[in-house]
Ligand binder design. Structure first.
Ligand SMILES: O=P(O)(O)O[C@H]1O[C@H](CO)[C@@H](O)[C@H]1O
Ligand SMILES: [Mn+2]
Ligand SMILES: [Mn+2]
Length: 413
């Protein structure tokens, strides 16, 4: 038995989902479109980044080949040689939604095939009874928003009115979600969390996946800023996940960033958070050193999605990938022989796409087990194969969903 490290680059899809058409996302490709835009010199930003996408370490783990498997896309630069022991492939999602909990639960070997509740593209979007209940049980003078929106845009538009009136800003997206934005000091952070807990109960019967607290600071649209105190109130996964199975047998699961929230704190022994991808990377390195035999460190790097994917910021997304890639050798250097490191994503969020929602895409599966054979794992038809592979690696018996590719990549080199 060794240790496992699972890194989710939130929203880093690689296109090609077999069912993308059902979501209106046919042709979306987060990795492919960022790489193409960079190669064309159209993702240059002074002081941030220039030129072709530079992600040599992920390419050496097989990211380019994963992209080719998913869509036939060719990265178009001289790919560095694959690292010994590296493995690569891509996976389709079987869960019905293209949201964060569905993606992560499926990665943890529990797909969510059922239909979530969604709010309609009407204004108001929330049913009148729900709005009335939020006002009454949440003890607020009314709500603002009540529509589909981008979180940063709606705060710019309604933030001042929110401060004046004390009415929280409630909005939704293509995800099964109700988000509540409120000012950290004028409204109060704890009061926002309490309101979200109340709303969590109110939307349970509507089968809504998450209620998300979106605190912000600042006094005017020019300086409103969302803080790292975001909190997700998710419903628990429908079956025991890989995380539950590990904790049950006595292993430790260290959840980095949003992982605890995404699993409704089930199967997570310890939560470690930080503001920003790089600060989280620092803490993830410490967690790698802390992990013992049979333990899992599960990290979610959310900035790709929140700061760049939803904001449709191609240069920003590219710079975030480059910054992440530069740190990757630090994680690789901490692996002991026989440890498993795997990088993947939970859905796409193509920054070149219309709107501001996620995109249905295949996800990359790249990584390494030092000292073992590695190789191609091909195209998998569910993210659950990832969870089952980690399960086999950590000595658990097979679960109900997905198939392990552990034997393919773990022959002694
Ligand atoms: O526009 P913001 O508030 O970032 O919202 C995004 O974040 C939510 C949760 O990931 C998604 O539902 C998406 O709409
Ligand atoms: Mn996500
Ligand atoms: Mn998102």
């Amino acid at each position: 038995m060794a240790r496992a490290f699972l890194f989710v680059l939130d929203s880093f899809g690689i296109g090609g989902a077999a069912d993308a058409e059902r979501f209106g996302d046919s042709g979306s490709n987060t990795f492919g479109h960022i790489a193409k835009t960079c190669a064309a010199g159209k993702a240059d930003r002074d002081g941030l980044r220039q030129g072709p996408l530079m992600v040599p370490n992920m390419l050496a783990l097989g990211l380019g080949r994963a992209g080719a498997l998913a869509t036939g896309f060719s990265f178009g630069q001289d790919a560095p040689r694959l690292m010994p022991s590296s493995f690569h492939g891509a996976a389709d999602e079987v869960s019905s939604g293209k949201d964060t909990p569905s993606g992560h639960w499926e990665i943890a070997a529990v797909p969510a095939p059922f239909e979530w509740g969604y709010f309609p593209h009407t204004e108001p979007t929330f049913p009148a009874e729900l709005t009335e209940a939020i006002i009454e049980e949440g003890n607020v003078p009314g709500i603002l928003g009540n529509c589909h929106a981008s979180g940063t845009e709606i705060i710019a538009k309604l933030g001042e009115e929110h401060i004046r009136s004390g009415k929280p800003i409630c909005y939704t997206s293509a995800d099964s979600v109700i988000q509540i934005a409120a000012h950290e000091s004028h409204f109060g952070l704890q009061r926002l969390y309490d309101l979200c807990k109340t709303v969590r109960k109110l939307v349970d019967p509507l089968n809504i996946g998450r209620v998300i607290a979106r605190p912000f600071i600042g006094e005017s649209p020019a300086d409103f800023e969302r803080t790292a105190n975001r909190r997700d109130f998710a419903v628990p996964p429908p079956e025991p996940t890989l995380l539950d199975r590990l904790v049950e047998r006595g292993s430790r699961v260290i959840g980095m960033g949003k992982i605890g929230d995404i699993f409704a704190h089930r199967g997570v022994s310890e939560v470690r958070k930080a503001a920003g991808n790089m600060a989280l990377f620092d803490k993830t390195l410490v967690a790698i050193d802390d992990a013992g035999d049979g333990d899992l460190v599960f990290a979610n790097f959310v900035d790709f999605d929140t700061l760049y994917g939803h904001r449709r910021d191609i240069a920003g997304y590219a710079a975030a990938l480059e910054e992440f890639d530069r740190r990757l050798p630090e994680a690789l250097a901490r692996l002991k022989n026989g440890d498993l490191l795997l990088l993947t994503a939970d859905h796409g969020c193509d920054p070149s796409w219309r709107g501001s929602d996620h995109t249905r895409e295949r996800v990359p599966i790249i990584g390494m087990i030092p000292g073992r054979s590695g190789g191609s794992i091909g195209l998998r038809n569910t993210f659950a194969d990832i969870g089952e592979t980690v399960a086999e690696h950590l000595g658990l018996s097979p679960g109900r969903h997905g198939a392990s590719f552990y034997k393919t990549i773990s022959a002694h080199a």
